[in-house]
Write a protein that binds this ligand. Structure first.
Ligand code: ZN
Length: 55
């Protein structure tokens, strides 16, 4: 068996907070989707976007 596909193109789902790859999906072209991973800090960071508390 010879694979005709030389390159496997896929879409990546990347956490927009920590840039970690959450998941990958098969797509017709290379695409990057942005989401939020399961980390507490990322979920909270998304909820409090743009807010920085100084102590
Ligand atoms: Zn994250």
């Amino acid at each position: 068996m010879v694979r005709s596909r030389s390159v496997t193109e896929m879409g990546l789902i990347v956490c927009k907070t920590c840039n970690e790859i959450i998941d990958s999906v098969d797509t017709e072209k290379v695409t990057v989707y942005y989401g939020i991973c399961k980390k507490e800090e990322c979920r909270q960071g998304e909820a409090k976007k743009g807010e920085f508390d100084c102590e």
